[in-house]
Design a protein around this ligand. Structure first.
Ligand code: 13P
Length: 246
């Protein structure tokens, strides 16, 4: 099975969503899951999109309910019939100081309501240059997966911070090695039989996605910029399928 998720971040307007919905009505084979993480306020506007794609959001509160102004709970996401939710994106860790413990609590809330968490991990440019990638990932995974339900699926997205929105996609060697490393770590934490599903994210485009999709340790992509354009996003989906058939 292959996976393609888009992360619209704080982008898109109602008009753009309508156009995206129209243009993304492409028949896809049954061996690929395609989904988009939309801004929460647009979930209703994405109802039609929901019919042919998985629908998710980009963040959830670590709390169950209560006086947390501006927050959205996992229970609310369940009420809206959402399929998945991104957690621990580097933009949330970086700009909003989200800690490993908070990320772990968010995963637990999502699991309580059977919403699939897509956990983002990745090193900064400084850490990459200091060759600390594996160390950083191990500590993020250990912290984020602490005491989570090991019988429920969590998808990991490896997103090197230096590759996000920069046009500097990580090399095939790095992506292959690190996605494989994450799978090993997942097995250590979640158990040898856990289905470790690992996506790559960071400047994925129609141009570079075919060769990345051929890497055996890559189960799919988490796409930012190119997911806002239905044509580009669907072309990445086609490459994902074609690459997976190698
Ligand atoms: P880009 O594809 O724009 O580099 O963003 C990746 C990302 O952050 C997806 O979550």
């Amino acid at each position: 099975m292959k996976y393609l998720f888009g992360n619209w971040k704080m982008n898109m307007s109602l008009a753009e969503i309508k156009a995206f919905t129209r243009q993304s009505k492409v028949k896809l084979p049954s061996n690929i899951y395609v989904g988009v993480a939309v801004p929460s306020v647009y979930v209703g506007a994405c109802e039609k999109l929901h019919k042919n794609m998985l629908l998710g959001v980009q963040n959830v509160s670590e709390y169950q309910k209560g006086a947390y102004t501006g927050e959205i709970s996992a229970n609310m996401l369940r009420d809206l019939d959402l399929d998945f939710c991104i957690v621990g994106h580097s933009e949330r860790r970086g700009y909003f100081n989200e800690t490993n413990t908070q990320v772990s609590e968010k995963i637990k809330r999502l699991q309580e309501y059977d919403i699939l968490p897509i956990l983002c991990v990745g090193e900064t440019l400084k850490q990459y240059e200091k060759q600390e990638t594996k160390q950083v990932l191990s500590s993020q995974l250990a912290g984020n997966l602490d005491n989570v339900d090991k019988f429920k699926q969590i998808i990991i997205a490896y997103e090197p911070v230096w590759a996000i929105g920069t046009g500097k996609v990580a090399s095939e060697e790095i992506v292959a090695e690190i996605c494989d490393y994450i799978k090993q770590e997942m097995h250590k934490i979640m158990g040898q039989n856990y289905p470790a599903i690992v996506l790559y994210g960071g400047s994925v485009s129609p141009e570079n996605s075919l060769s990345l999709a051929k890497l055996p340790s890559v189960d799919g992509f988490l796409v930012g910029g190119a997911s806002q354009n239905a044509e580009k996003f669907m072309s990445i989906a086609k490459n994902m399928i074609q690459g997976g058939e190698k």
